[in-house]
Design a binder for this molecule. Structure first.
Ligand code: KG4
Ligand code: ZN
Length: 367
């Protein structure tokens, strides 16, 4: 249990759900003030690059090889020792389960050895709190979570209290960036490379399809765009057209995210008539300038405040896992040492169960 003589909670966070091995020490004061004492991220880009995407078996092995050194480095950089920890928080899903098991097992070992509580953190809850690493953003807020595996609009009422307003019915936005980047011959990870190429392109040179026209809900779809862009990419022979197509793809993704967000804002206003209107975008795609600009405009038009995590906390990191763990522990929530690694783990379990089109097979993007 948290040590009563200490002010606030100091947590070691561990993240291994995809292709980053990350560890971080975060202190959360009793008044909610957050200090990131260290945040170490080891990427596996080089191991996966030859395959053009993340290979689960390679990822799991790379996490095993890296986790000891990354965690030790996070402790060293924080200036603290294991005896100073009040708890350990490890991502327990959703994600590539071989990797998730590595971080979770490491977290359990620390919890057992140091006699501190373990918090098994939902990776998406980590993204949901990530903007709180850089600014004081009180609950509730409307969240657009856009990453390589997820694309969801959620009402976040508090710790672990999320209601899903919309999700993708096929690919996630980051997945669309990555796959289209690949058809444009760009290196993995594709999102940042595509954004760079798009800076010299003219988005009006290509007509791309708009998804789910006629539907009034907040769901997303990117598979039609992916196919159309791949067809166009096959025909391209010059550099300028590649840049134009990249710019058109980025604009199409930003437009869809912004259109659905606008709908969600209207719903949120109705369900929170007396609350301050706050909007947060999180996840790797929140690093994209065009996406952020479109969402900022949504906020200006609809009277919402706009927040995004500092750039380093947009993509996967362990500081967000440590903070999610600290927020849970502050409420007395922690887990048994037999907590399991979960490849799928929706934030809003009720919504995932009641909407079968988003909960089977590859659909629903891990959530
Ligand atoms: O949050 P994240 O690190 O991992 C997941 O939880 O999925 O997100 C990674 C995703 C990748 O698809 C990557 O291409 C995308 O975020 N991404 C970007 C940018 N930076 C990262 N997409 C578009 N523009 C960027 N600048
Ligand atoms: Zn993530």
């Amino acid at each position: 249990m948290p040590k009563p003589e200490k002010l606030g909670l100091t947590i070691l966070g561990l993240e291994t759900s995809c292709d980053e091995t990350a560890a971080s020490v975060v202190r959360r004061a009793d008044d909610g003030t957050v200090t990131v004492l260290s945040s170490i991220i080891g990427t596996q880009f080089e191991q996966h690059a030859p395959f053009g995407g993340v290979v689960p078996e390679i990822a799991a092995r790379a996490h095993v090889e890296a986790i000891d050194a990354i965690a030790a480095e996070a402790m060293r950089a924080s200036g603290l020792s294991f005896a100073d920890l009040d708890g350990v928080a490890a991502t327990a899903g959703p994600g590539l389960v071989g990797g998730v098991m590595v971080g979770l097992a490491f977290g359990k070992a620390v919890a057992l050895a140091r006699d501190v509580p373990l918090v098994a953190v939902n990776h998406l809850e980590g993204h949901a709190v990530s903007a709180r690493l850089g600014a004081d953003i009180p609950y509730p807020f409307l969240l657009l979570l856009v990453s390589g595996g997820h694309c969801q609009l959620l009402e976040v009422a508090g710790v672990g209290a999320c209601t899903r307003l919309g999700t993708t019915i096929d690919d996630a936005a980051g997945e669309a960036f990555d796959k289209i980047a690949k058809s444009l011959g760009l290196p993995y990870p594709g999102g940042p490379a595509l954004e760079k190429l798009a800076t010299t392109g003219d988005p009006s040179k290509f007509e791309l399809p708009r998804a789910l026209l006629g539907r009034k809900d907040c769901d997303f779809s990117f598979s039609g765009l992916k196919t159309a862009a791949a067809r166009q990419a096959e025909k391209i022979t010059d550099e300028q057209s590649r840049a134009d197509l990249a710019a058109a793809v980025q604009a199409a993704i930003a437009r869809q995210l912004s259109e659905r967000t606008e709908r969600a804002m209207k719903l949120y206003k109705t369900s929170h008539p007396d609350q301050p209107l706050r909007f947060v975008v999180a996840g790797g795609v929140a690093a994209n300038g065009a996406v952020k600009a479109a969402l900022r405009k949504n906020c200006d038009d609809n009277g919402f405040s706009f927040d995004a995590p500092p750039l380093v906390y947009c993509t996967d990191n362990a500081a967000m896992i440590a903070l999610a763990g600290a927020e849970r522990l502050a409420l007395g929530l922690f887990d048994d040492l037999d907590a399991v690694a979960r490849p799928r783990w929706p934030l809003d379990e009720a919504a995932a169960l009641s909407n079968p089109s988003n909960s089977f097979g590859r659909k629903g993007a891990k959530a």
